[in-house]
Design a protein around this ligand. Structure first.
Ligand SMILES: [Zn+2]
Length: 399
């Protein structure tokens, strides 16, 4: 039985090959007939594109359009090339011409408008870009248009509009924008704080927490508002919530927290120091060491500060803490000159290279930013500055 079956199978094989060959011939024929309608200059242009010779590609595509002026795709290819080579005025001219001269169907008009809107965006003509993007109600262009509109509103710091766009994008695409939306609310709250409209600011910040319950910045700002109006206990309770959001950010409020504890009176400062010691014990954040060291030095003197630095060094070697230990030692020790020399050497080694490194683009910032100043990403800076020395060594080892 089985032998017979295999025999028939073998007979069928050449038949399949023949059929496949015919099918391939038909495909190739079709391809050739289609491609002959495209001028050779088009393929020349493609070759230049592949080898990154954009200006030569522009020449070739222009030539192709002169031969075949009917192809919208050719116009779009040339227009996008213009944008990429920074010749946005030529791209705008090209697409405006298409809209004026050509007899286009409604979907084609939309396609040209989508291209033109990109030209305006690239040229920084945000008002015109915005108007066009808003008019693109064709579902095919809706999501990219919303993305571009969001980009425009963030650049122009129009946060209410940005919230609306991000919410709509989230609904259409299913991609979450919670982190960004919370930050837009925080930006609005910042404006309200500057305008001394605290009630509005607080409402906006609770919206931020509604959008993203781990939004640390909202609690930082809520605490700031309370501290500024003298309600230090309320401020402290907001900042304490950060521990249950993202405890690695506690270093951002450590100093303020201590000040509010001190301002609250009674055993305030002592409680504050105990609270920070608990945070340091639990989360081991380097920035807490600095705040605690300074406070201990001011409150309890050099001996206590030296002890704190020494304990920290035993736990984890760190040049900054060594610098602090040497400083405290210099205050209590007779060999001041030697110790100051050592301290100077350590400071030279550290330099002022400790910085926050953006995890999206690598930008180095001395201060913490919620939005990277270089690439505009939100919350892309780490919660603690990294010591460049350690990082550099790692980089060198990797090479
Ligand atoms: Zn960045």
């Amino acid at each position: 039985m089985s032998v017979e079956f295999e025999y028939w199978w073998l007979l069928a094989l050449p038949l399949f090959f023949t059929l496949g060959w015919i099918a391939a011939r038909v495909d190739i024929k079709q391809l050739i007939s289609e491609s002959t309608t495209l001028p050779a200059a088009y393929f020349k242009g493609l070759n230049f594109l592949i080898s990154d010779q954009h200006h030569k590609a522009v020449e070739a595509f222009t030539e192709a359009i002169n031969i075949n002026n009917d192809s919208l795709e050719l116009h779009f290819a040339l227009g996008s090339l213009f944008r990429r080579t920074g010749e946005t005025d030529r791209a705008i001219h090209l697409h405006l011409n298409l809209l004026e001269k050509k007899e286009l169907t409604e979907p084609q008009k939309n396609a040209v408008k989508a291209e033109l809107a990109q030209d305006y965006l690239k040229a920084g003509l945000f008002d015109r870009a915005e108007e066009l993007f808003k008019g693109l109600d064709d579902t095919r262009y809706r999501q990219p248009a919303l993305r571009s509109l969001l980009e425009i509103y963030v650049r122009e710091r129009e946060w209410s509009q940005a919230i609306a766009m991000a919410t709509e994008l989230e609904r259409l695409s299913g991609v979450p924008f919670r982190k960004e939306i919370a930050q837009y609310y925080c930006e609005l709250a910042m404006n309200a704080i500057i305008a001394e409209e605290n009630a509005t600011a607080k409402e906006l910040l609770s919206e931020a927490l509604e959008a993203n319950k781990t939004c640390v910045r909202a609690n930082v700002l809520l605490g700031d508002i309370e501290a500024k109006s003298g309600s230090h206990n309320a401020a402290i309770s907001y900042w304490k919530r950060i521990e249950f959001q993202q405890p690695e950010f506690l270093g951002l409020v450590a100093n303020k927290m201590l000040k509010s504890y001190a301002a609250a009176g009674n055993t305030g400062l002592k409680d504050g120091l105990a609270q920070l010691e608990y945070y340091l014990e639990t989360y081991q954040l380097p920035s807490l060491v600095t705040v605690l060291y300074e406070a201990t030095l001011a409150q309890e003197g050099a001996e206590a500060a030296a002890k704190l630095a020494r304990n920290e060094l035993i736990r984890k070697p760190n040049l900054k803490v060594l610098d602090q230990l040497l400083q405290a030692r210099a205050m209590v020790n007779d060999n001041q000159q030697d110790i100051q020399l050592m301290q100077q050497t350590v400071r030279n080694a550290i330099g002022d290279r400790a910085a926050y490194h953006c995890n999206q683009c690598g930008f180095r910032a001395k201060q913490y930013h919620w939005q990277c100043p270089a690439c505009n990403a939100w919350e892309s800076l780490p919660s603690e500055p990294s010591e460049a020395t350690v990082r550099d060594i790692k980089l060198i080892n990797r090479k």
